[in-house]
Design a protein around this ligand. Structure first.
Ligand code: ZN
Length: 422
């Protein structure tokens, strides 16, 4: 047996079997990374979904594709457009089993098909660099292998599972987030396969986040002959942006980032349109209300300017993730599984957001960084440790096995959950 600290033979067999899968996992990872799946590359995202549907045959489960509604996007000229998105893939097995686990991984990456970063490079024996290797195609491979190991165990009847592969996480899950509240009702806990931190630790509490677009409209006029007839949309946006940015520092934990602006054209024309986008991070749900009220006040002030109108799009898509008592117990279970593997796992708070925020908001305890160990995600330096394919698959397999073997799961009983019927 590979691991003497495994609690019993079932665990030891699963760990040993996963150890023997390292080469297979690397091949699977390469085949996923070869497919570009930038969030707006619909064909690429759908190709990933089809590949995963093929992989699911090994798990002998139900599979269905889910069409996603398009995303409303304000373009640079201030027009509201609809952006098509790829399909989601849902897999499930044993929905009547006593314990129901939800697993989630996104198929999209931040790298569009015309981005120069498209291939895997081996940096060291154990380290590769590539688009989405850590965030989170490595995590998809980890999840599949852990489930395969679990399905080989004699504990199957104790635990049913459902997976959602969503196509739009990297743009804030604008369409798939609507699925989470319904999914949360039929499960006891969630496992999400975002990468761990570079040092191997996992994310605990997370900030909430909102993405907004704002458009100011004025009136065009000749900058020399009829300047007095114009109403300058850039000036109005400058007023709005300064007032918005001044909210930084007023409440601990809130950060507001105006991150994009575009307006005007030829400098001899008073500009009639300006578009700006911003992101807000918050630590508590009350802070969302505070921000919304402050923004409404600023919008009203701008709207009083002569000849100027302003409109706001977007909103808070992710509530803060606060660790409930059940979530803290789940963290301890994961730490004890890590200990068996020689991993000392800490849960650290982060300002980053993911689908774990949405699950927590829907009342589902979850661990959201069960994917591979890696770093520098969202950049061309993204890397991951190949050996973490094995260790993190073992970690997830142990979590599933210990849940299925546990005699006391009262801590997971949740009010309002739809109880399995048997
Ligand atoms: Zn991710």
């Amino acid at each position: 047996m590979t691991d003497l600290s495994a609690k019993n033979e079932i665990e030891a067999h699963a760990l040993e079997w996963i150890t023997a899968q390292q080469q297979n996992m690397q091949q699977d990872l390469w085949s996923l990374v070869e497919i570009n799946s930038g969030s707006y590359n619909v064909a690429g995202v759908n190709q990933v979904a089809e590949t995963l549907a093929q992989w699911s045959e090994k798990l002998d489960c139900h599979a269905e594709f889910i069409e996603m509604p398009p995303q409303d996007v304000v373009d640079d000229s201030g027009q509201l457009n609809q952006q098509p998105l790829g399909r989601a893939l849902r897999l499930y097995k044993r929905p009547q089993a006593p314990i129901q686990v939800f697993l989630c991984a996104h198929m999209d990456t931040v790298f569009p098909s015309d981005h120069p970063f498209q291939t895997i490079t081996q940096l060291e024996d154990d380290i590769i660099n590539g688009p989405g290797v850590a965030d989170l195609k490595g995590g998809i491979v980890v999840m599949f292998k852990a489930l395969e190991a679990f399905e080989r165990s004699p504990l199957q009847d104790q635990l049913g599972w459902e997976i959602l592969f969503n196509p739009d996480e990297e743009i804030g899950s604008p369409s798939s987030s609507k699925l989470f509240s319904e999914i949360a009702q039929r499960h006891h806990l969630g496992l999400i396969y975002e990468p761990s931190f570079a040092d191997g630790n996992l994310a605990g509490a997370r900030k909430g986040s909102g993405n907004f677009s704002v458009v100011t409209r004025g009136k065009a006029a000749h900058a020399g002959r009829e300047h007095h007839l114009g109403h300058n949309a850039i000036r109005a946006m400058a007023n709005f942006t300064c007032a918005l940015d001044d909210l930084n520092g007023q409440q601990h934990g809130i950060t507001i980032n105006p991150g994009f602006v575009k307006g005007g054209g030829a400098v001899n024309i008073v500009p009639d349109t300006c578009t700006m986008r911003f992101n807000i991070r918050i630590e508590t749900s009350n802070q969302q209300l505070w921000c919304e009220q402050k923004i409404a006040t600023i919008l009203a002030q701008i709207n009083t300017l002569d000849g100027i109108s302003i409109e706001l799009h977007g909103g808070f898509g992710r509530e803060p993730k606060i660790l409930s008592p059940a979530n803290q117990t789940l963290c301890k279970l994961v730490q004890s599984c890590g200990k068996t593997l020689g991993l000392k796992l800490e849960f650290l708070p982060t300002g980053g957001c993911c689908d774990g925020n949405n699950l927590a908001a829907a009342g589902l305890p979850n661990i959201d960084t069960l994917g591979v160990q890696g770093g520098k995600i969202h950049s061309s330096d993204e890397y991951m440790y190949l050996s973490s394919l094995t260790t993190r698959s073992q970690l997830s397999a142990l979590i599933l096995i210990r849940l299925a073997q546990s005699e006391d799961l009262a801590w997971l009983q949740r009010d309002g959950m739809v109880r399995p019927s048997c």
